[in-house]
Write a protein of this length. Structure first.
Length: 131
């Protein structure tokens, strides 16, 4: 494609104002980018030990200060996701939290009830209603 004698290169994804957008203006590229960043941080949180061991409280503090900010950054565009993307990302949030705490054996609903954890939907809507 040319315009004014200059060849225009076609790209399938690009980064604009911190958002990874595809040529179809979908959120899929950004979601996959953030999932990989979050997975890396969860691995770091899981590897942290204090005197050879780590408590649930320490792991929760590390998750809240190191991993949760990446999820919080998504809150501003979360309502623009499709229902399928919201469900997938909500499950991903609870899975990352369970992995960080070392409690993968629990179901999402049981884990949330026992540990009094809010789902990603609830966290997002609380964020939106605050403003």
């Amino acid at each position: 494609m040319e315009m004014g004698g200059h060849k225009i290169a076609w790209v399938y994804s690009y980064r604009y104002l911190g958002y990874n957008l595809s040529s179809k203006l979908t959120w899929g590229n950004m979601i996959s980018t953030y999932k990989s960043k979050i997975r890396q941080r969860v691995a770091i949180v899981r590897s942290c030990r204090l005197f050879g061991t780590s408590s649930l409280r320490l792991k929760r503090i590390l998750f809240s200060s190191y991993v949760l900010p990446l999820f919080t950054w998504i809150f501003s565009i979360y309502p623009l996701f499709t229902d399928c993307q919201r469900d997938d990302f909500g499950h991903f949030y609870l899975t990352c939290l369970k992995r960080s705490l070392g409690l993968q054996c629990w179901n999402d609903i049981v884990f949330g009830a026992i540990h009094k954890e809010l789902s990603l939907d609830n966290l997002c809507w609380n964020y939106w209603f605050r403003y």
